[in-house]
Design a protein around this ligand. Structure first.
Ligand SMILES: [Zn+2]
Ligand SMILES: [Zn+2]
Length: 206
């Protein structure tokens, strides 16, 4: 797995690979570096999966799909309208309306996604946004959590559609129950582990 950090919000976009197949997780502003990295690694993208549909995670979707398409854009159904709606994806509030193609496929709590020989489980982790998802590879001990949980912090809950109580529940019931040594890769900032956040995160206690 590789991290490519893109755009003015320093959004972490991830390339998850098994053999020569990969997924791209989120596509932010100015996705050229992400596209170049996928090409340099000689990977063939099978899906573009969105942890959620805020502008800083979708602004590069069209360019990535144009480059590697046909490429299904995969996300939780609770944000199905957001790609086409700058009010909902918060880009209108920035004065720079962004839309993106898709969605083509939906994922939901408990789904198991296969990439090569790897299995990833989908957790619905709403709160920062209603359709937020986390992807967990138990065998590798990795969780991609979008903007749900950060190293020493949590996703903002002051946006329309955000809700602190559901965010706290997502973190406590779904992320903090993963093994302590699970490595956590958030949508912004450095990676952490479940154990470390349970011990030190001041915003949501176990
Ligand atoms: Zn967000
Ligand atoms: Zn974000």
């Amino acid at each position: 797995m590789e991290t490519v950090t893109l755009g003015p919000f320093e959004t972490n976009c991830y390339i998850v690979a098994d053999g020569d197949r990969c997924w791209i997780i989120d596509a932010s502003f100015e996705p050229e570096a992400l596209i170049e990295r996928v090409r340099d690694l000689g990977l063939k993208p099978e899906a573009l999966i969105l942890t959620h549909a805020h502008v800083d995670h979708i602004a590069g979707v069209d360019e990535v799909v144009r480059t590697f398409g046909p490429l299904p854009v995969v996300m939780h159904a609770d944000e199905r309208e957001w790609l086409a709606n700058p009010m909902l994806n918060l880009s209108a509030a920035m004065g720079l309306p962004v839309t993106a193609c898709g969605p083509d496929r939906f994922i939901a709590e408990g789904d198991r996604l296969t990439l090569g020989g790897q299995t990833w489980k989908v957790l619905h982790t709403p709160g920062h946004s209603p359709g937020g998802v986390s992807l967990v590879n138990s065998e590798a001990g990795i969780a991609l959590v979008g903007d749900t949980l950060f190293a020493g912090s949590i996703g903002r809950t002051d946006f329309p559609g955000s809700d602190f109580e559901s965010l706290a529940h997502s973190i406590r019931a779904k992320l903090y129950t993963l093994p302590d040594d699970t490595r956590v890769y958030p949508g912004h900032g450095p990676p952490t582990t479940i154990g470390r956040e349970k011990r030190t995160n001041p915003f949501v206690l176990p």
